[in-house]
Design a binder for this molecule. Structure first.
Ligand code: Q0Z
Length: 300
């Protein structure tokens, strides 16, 4: 077994955590899920695009809130992680924090569970919204809609009172809300000018050794957010996902029953989906994804 495998700490659906004591390595794989099922075929560089986007946003938002990123440069990684070639560009060395027990979700548009809750109750997380809003409509202003990390499956929306109790400190809860709204405002306006609507996004925060709130996990990626192409945006129905719509459309046409195992993906679907991820990177950062790969020593 490799030195790295000995340090494995946790697995997400498409990511892994390795333990280095006060630091940890977050590794984004090329696995992709659709309709809540992991595909048997990876999307080359998908994990690198998501790591690149997180690193881009951490740099751009460092003036708003400190974040957990130490480095994506493998020469800065602990020895046990330095030599694993596939890690280049897809791994983040981060500071270990004490994580907050809520997911900090911000919604600027009415989609997903937010749309369903609004349609059924007129509210999301106890926040009353105007009547007559349509699916995917832009909200009068972005809203903070906390959720809890469900042990199995999807997050559970909670009201502010429940979230306050979980956080245990009103001032800290209000700081999480303010930071989340500020981050969303900054990132969504930046992205919108570049052709991407960030309909909603989920932040995770932790507390460092000095008691300060720190932005953690991945941030403002298409896995932690809904990215929609601004071109063709049309409220009144579901919007296509910037990254996964090509794959979803192909899967729908296969009449797959959405139970595992998913069908193997043909080369054109893999290439088309990879192209959506790299296009999102290029639109947001203004540089071709190949520049990120070269800068970070990723060799074919
Ligand atoms: C993030 C997750 C992943 C599985 C724990 N800086 C931090 N300090 C302490 N804990 C975390 C972080 Cl980012 C932490 N997760 C989410 C990520 C695989 C689960 F890559 N869990």
């Amino acid at each position: 077994m490799s030195e790295l495998a000995d340090r494995h700490e946790a697995s997400g659906k498409v990511r892994e955590i390795y333990n280095f004591g006060d630091t940890m390595l977050l590794v984004a794989s090329d696995r992709i899920s659709a309709f809540d099922v992991i595909m048997p075929t990876p999307i080359p560089d998908k994990g690198r695009v998501l790591t690149a986007l997180s690193a881009f946003w951490f740099e751009r938002t460092a003036e708003l809130v400190p974040n957990h990123l130490i480095s994506i440069d493998p020469t800065q990684f602990p020895a046990a992680a330095r030599e694993t070639p596939d890690l280049a560009g897809r791994a983040m060395l981060v500071k270990r924090l004490t994580m907050m027990p809520i997911e900090c979700v911000v919604r600027g548009y009415l989609a997903g569970s937010g749309w369903k809750d609004y349609r059924d109750t007129g509210s999301i997380c106890g926040l009353r919204l105007p009547d007559g809003l349509r699916e995917s409509e832009r909200l009068p202003r972005p809203i903070f809609t906390p959720a809890t990390k469900a042990t199995s499956g999807h997050d559970i929306n909670i009201d502010a009172e429940t979230a306050r109790l979980l956080v245990g400190d009103d001032a800290r809860y209000e700081m999480l809300e303010r930071l989340s709204l500020d981050l969303y405002e900054h990132a969504s306006s930046f992205a919108r000018e570049r052709g991407i609507i960030i309909a909603d996004t989920k932040f995770e925060f932790g507390i460092d050794e000095t008691g300060q709130l720190v932005l953690a996990d991945e941030a403002l990626t298409s896995d932690s957010s809904r990215f929609w192409p601004a071109e063709g945006y049309a409220p009144g129905g579901a919007q296509p996902a910037f990254d996964k719509q090509f794959l979803r459309d192909w899967l729908e046409a296969q009449h797959w029953n959405k139970q595992p195992p998913a069908p193997e993906l043909p080369d054109d679907v893999v290439a088309g989906t990879r192209g959506r991820y790299t296009e999102a990177y290029q639109l947001l950062t203004g540089e071709p994804f190949s520049a990120y790969l070269r800068r970070n020593g990723v060799t074919p």
